[in-house]
Ligand binder design. Sequence first.
Ligand code: CUA
Length: 181
Amino acid sequence: MHIDPLEKKWIVVSLGMTGLFIGVILITSFIHGINAPSNVETIDSARLHLNKEFAEDNLGVEQQPDGTITVRMVAARYGFFPRDIKVPADTKIKFRWVSFDVLHGVHIPMTNMSTMILPGFVAQVTTAFPKPGRYPVLCNEYCGRGHDHMWSNITVIAKQHWQKTQQDLAVDKSKGDDGDE
Ligand code: CUA
């Protein structure tokens, strides 16, 4: 088969560019730990209350002993629960979202938080809030007549204050364990 030399040149150039772009995406995603918002983890949305991780008592902010923070929230017509949580600024926070009913979306302005929450799946996004303040949590997928009113708040407090409140909590806990102080 005859291929015109000029055409050959452009085939090589276009393949090279495609390879370059894919390479850049792969390398940056490995370096920055970027992945799709859903880690394709399934969950039974109709039985969230029976699921240990997303049982009502387990929702909200959890700080592990190593300091990493996980937030678990449920999206349901029409709100995100718990309604108002507190997290530290300038800190990586892993959010895990599930839907209780239909497809919702979640968007938090000033952050990279923007994902769909599909019933039956856990949507996981790691984000950080740049500065203290109150951030709205908005639904950005039409989910019914109350969609426009589907939102809640996240209160972001300064990192030092957060550490202080965690230390106070730990002190309270240890006092509680002793029982008599
Ligand atoms: Cu939930 Cu729109």
